[in-house]
Write a protein that binds this ligand. Structure first.
Ligand code: 13P
Ligand code: SF4
Length: 350
């Protein structure tokens, strides 16, 4: 959570206290000035900074007013009366904040900060799926862009995906675009899943639906890299380790782990678990962020995968966002209104 200090000196000291052993002192010395200036301008402008759990530790622990997973940040974006909203996360998250706050200035500190899942599907793909499976409800992972959400009945996040699918009470659901999240939801809800091949995206005649989830072959470029072999090796080296995975990992990896949940659920799990040694199979910065807050636990540092998109968000860029209003998120109004319905439904259902 944001540091509330009245001088650069106090900011530096507070950062050292919070981040000792996690971020080297020389890095804190370099970054303290940026942190102090960001928090000063943020107050002056009445801005709010929302920070995803994957932000690097020197940012995560110092400038966001709220940190969380996609669901918590979407909820906060829906509630806030502050303006501008600076989103330290990736584009689809900032876009969600803009969809919920059309009259506010929403800033993403990096020009692109994409996501391999959001890039994996287009609005035309969703229209082709709907034409092939008329009347089947579409549940779309929040890791998508506004035009895809606009074709959607209900959004979901990793924190509520199974709950939303169950609540729809429909024999068949189109669940897009994460192949692995769909597999994990199928496991959790006891549903069967197919991945249809669309014929040049053109609608085909309906078939007898003898499956319950219709998926899409999108993947997170970070979580797809973890393997069951990684888990076996970790357990061989650290027999008492507790292994946590994100549901964007393959169902085999999730099955082999001890707990799987959204980024915030993993954080809560670490806080309450009695195991001293913990390995997170997710974006690496989160392990450092958790280590800073759980000094009694040993976070096993086998992790080497950073999300290149989350990694684009730096303290320098966050300061520039506040100083120069960069980079404003825009969503075309007819798309925004339709996309908002799918987000509102999700917030009402979870
Ligand atoms: P969470 O909603 O669990 O924070 O996940 C977002 C994400 O992009 C994970 O890769
Ligand atoms: Fe997208 Fe994966 Fe990065 Fe999350 S970690 S933003 S799903 S690429």
């Amino acid at each position: 959570m944001a540091l509330h200090t009245s001088s650069l000196h106090d900011t530096r000291e507070a950062m050292k206290e919070r981040l000792s052993g996690i971020v080297p002192d020389f890095e804190i010395d370099m970054k303290a000035e940026l942190v102090f200036e960001i928090n000063r301008i943020k107050e002056e402008r009445g801005a709010i900074i929302l920070g995803h759990n994957y932000m690097e530790p020197a940012l995560y622990h110092t400038v966001p007013d709220v940190v969380g997973d996609s669901l918590e940040l979407a909820r906060k974006a829906a509630e806030t009366d502050r303006d501008p909203i600076v989103f330290c996360g990736v584009r689809f998250m900032a876009e969600t904040a803009k969809i919920l706050n059309p009259d506010k200035l929403v800033l993403l500190p990096a020009k692109k900060a994409g996501c391999s899942l959001a890039e994996s599907i287009t609005a035309a793909d969703v229209r082709a799926l709907k034409a092939r499976y008329p009347g089947v409800p579409v549940v779309t992972y929040i890791n998508t862009y506004a035009d895809v959400k606009a074709e959607t009945d209900v959004c979901c996040t990793s924190g509520n995906a199974a709950q939303i699918v169950n609540a729809l009470d429909s024999d068949t659901v189109i669940f897009i675009p994460d192949e692995y999240l769909a597999g994990n939801v199928a496991r959790e809800t006891g549903k069967r899943i197919i991945f249809p091949v669309l014929d040049g995206q053109s609608p085909q005649t309906d078939e007898a639906l003898d499956y319950e989830l219709i998926g899409w072959r999108g993947r997170c470029e970070v979580h797809e890299k973890y393997t069951v072999e990684d888990i076996k090796n970790a357990r061989a080296q650290f027999p008492d380790v507790t292994i946590l995975t994100h549901p964007e990992c393959s169902p085999e990896v999730v099955e082999a782990s001890d707990f799987s949940g959204s980024t915030s659920r993993m954080i809560s799990y670490v806080k309450q678990c009695t195991s001293k040694q913990i390995l997170l199979l997710t974006e690496c910065s989160m392990g450092d962020n958790i280590a800073a807050e759980n000094r009694d636990k040993e976070m096993i540092r086998l992790c080497s995968i950073r999300c290149p998109h989350m990694n684009e968000i730096t303290l320098e860029d966050t300061l520039n966002a506040l100083r120069h209003n960069q980079y404003p998120i825009e969503v075309e109004e007819t798309i925004r209104v339709k996309a908002k319905l799918s987000i509102d439904r999700m917030l009402a259902m979870s």
